[in-house]
Design a protein around this ligand. Structure first.
Ligand code: BDR
Ligand code: CA
Length: 334
């Protein structure tokens, strides 16, 4: 038994199939105490993603509560919205591949997500790590309300952005595109708080192949089958849209890196200046990352550009499935 105190984690999320992989891993990892899960509209509307978070809490038998957050991007909050933009059916009609899972409404707190985040950071200054797997709306609202409190967050591990690629426009990634203003506000505290960006550059290095999904179904027990089943629409969209067999489990990357940063080399991680473009059009949500540092602007981000995809998946298998990971290491060519 480790005598190390557990790290205090809040997961901010819009589940989402890849969010689900990330959440089950964080909940299984012995070194984390997941204090709460806050939800944000993104992949689907707030009601869907909140129900999905409750489902994940239920199937993992987790002790934490779920806190409902922003139902739209910052600039649409408190405004009538005709049409809520989401990720369509990429993650299935309900965001979790349409599979049947139980949930328990008593795990849904009355406390709004932002109040919960602020209260928890006030209670544990310098100790809270936020794993942010969706648009950064809740984090930005918390910063707008109490910037000094949010500067006491220990770390923010954020999936979003991309230096050399996009998935919503040629240069913008979904989470930061969905709420570019929130992402820019969040990196505004990046001189005080260590904010790690895991963009599409690194997530594509950790691609799950059809073999990897097959292994989950064969050897992962009930949880592995559920992850496999919920991934079918998601992997199907990679095939239909890009003729790729397999899928990128983007949101798992910040979780695995937070657990084991040796999946990346030191030279893959840049302490740098990062801006998020809030202009309309194709550039909306683009991350402008100064890797060259000619202008010596204040540095507000750690940008992770590369990872060892095989090691990443082995760490995931070990944490979530224990000994079965040995079979994966020995027999599965990914
Ligand atoms: C991000 O967008 C969402 O669809 C995924 O859950 C992930 O957080 C990838 O661009
Ligand atoms: Ca997500």
């Amino acid at each position: 038994m480790s005598t190390q105190p557990k790290r205090k984690i809040i997961i901010d999320t819009d589940p989402g199939v890849d969010d689900a992989f990330a959440i089950v891993t964080a909940l299984r990892y012995q070194g984390f105490e997941v204090l709460g899960i806050t939800t944000v509209a993104g992949n689907k509307g707030l009601d869907y993603v909140t129900k999905n978070a409750l489902k994940l809490v239920e199937i993992m038998n987790a002790g934490c509560m779920v806190y409902k957050g922003a139902n739209a991007a910052l600039k649409y909050l408190d405004k009538p919205v005709d049409e809520i933009k989401d990720a369509g059916d990429t993650h299935g009609f309900d965001g979790l591949g349409g599979i049947k899972l139980p949930y328990d409404l008593s795990k849904l707190s009355d406390l709004p997500a932002v109040d919960y985040i602020l209260q928890t950071v006030r209670n544990y200054p310098g100790e809270i790590e936020i794993i942010a797997l969706g648009p950064l709306t809740n984090i930005a609202v918390a910063i707008q309300r109490e910037p000094e409190t949010m500067k006491k967050v220990k770390k923010i591990w954020s999936m979003g952005g991309g230096v050399y690629r996009g998935n919503m426009t040629p240069v913008s990634e979904f989470n930061y595109w969905f709420d570019a203003e929130a992402a820019e506000i969040t990196y505004g505290i990046g001189e005080d708080v260590d904010i790690y960006m895991f963009g599409l550059d690194v997530t594509y290095k950790t691609f799950f192949t059809a073999n990897d999904f097959f292994f989950l179904k064969q050897e992962g027990g009930e949880l592995g089958r559920r992850l496999y089943d919920m991934s079918q629409d998601y992997a199907g969209s990679y095939w239909k849209n890009r003729r790729i067999t397999g899928a990128v489990i983007h949101d798992l990357v910040p979780v695995i890196y937070a657990i084991d940063p040796t999946i990346s080399h030191e030279e893959d991680v840049y302490r740098c200046t990062l801006n998020v473009c809030c202009e309309p059009g194709l550039v909306h949500g683009q991350t402008i990352v100064d890797l060259v540092d000619r202008h010596k602007y204040p540095k507000n981000a750690y940008v992770v550009l590369n990872a060892d995809g095989r090691k990443f998946k082995e760490v995931f298998m070990e944490i979530v499935f224990g000994e079965v990971a040995e079979l994966y290491k020995k027999y599965v060519v990914s």
